[in-house]
Write a protein that binds this ligand. Sequence first.
Ligand code: GLU
Length: 284
Amino acid sequence: MQVVSRFAPSPSGYLHLGHALAALFAERAARAVGGRFLLRIEDIDAARCRAEYDAALQEDLRWLGVAWDEPVLRQSTRLEAYEHALAALRERALVYPCFCTRADIRAEVARSPSAPHGPDGALYPGTCRTLTEAERTERIQSGAPFAWRIDVARAVASIGHPLYWRDAAAGEMRSAPETLGDVVLARKEVGTSYHLAVTVDDAFQGVTLVTRGTDLFHATHMHRLLQELLGLPVPRYHHHGLVTDEEGIRLSTRDGATALRTLRQKGWTPQDVRRRIGLAEGAA
Ligand code: GLU
């Protein structure tokens, strides 16, 4: 089976060294075995994404020498597919509307010191999971903003057997989506979320090898669950290390100094970038 990998940046800023690693890693993983390498623009969040960043990221990738197979997929063109996927989960009552604001959630977590925590902090405490159908209808009809959250416990129970995924670095993993809790799958203003859109699109694009940084390792637990619920194929995974500074601290996305165009203006060559991130040409 031909390997298909992808690089999936969000056009919400300029590409930095961490993106360069993710892009080159994904490209190499596919090309080394005669596979295809795709570019997907994750532009679902209209409030944060801008056309100028979209154009800039392609320019930066070309400068770096990254070459992707056409066509480029933009998630903003895929809203109907996400809507379908969400509808399938709604029909099976595996998602529920959540009316909590961030402040509501903070207050609820503060009230219950034993509230479960996951890799990214406190999990959603489940406040809206127990609303009755009548309460939900009433709140929706009153125009209250809401998000769709997955009912993880129910979704896992509906499958009834353990799920696994294979990571090239970490080996066989048993999916543990409950460690992320009832994550948001869609919002009112953005009819999908990172988790839902990535899962649906990796399948749509025929991606067989998902490569990305270890910062997204935990997300794969949720993606594996969504694949099972939606009847989608399961790709292989390779979560790679992140670019760090001299002290071993992960470079911050907000640290403009690592933007590829800033480095370029300072005189860095693409080869300098590759060396800095440990992916120099010819290196294994
Ligand atoms: N769009 C995500 C990001 O920029 C990456 C998605 C993925 O590789 O799964 O962090």
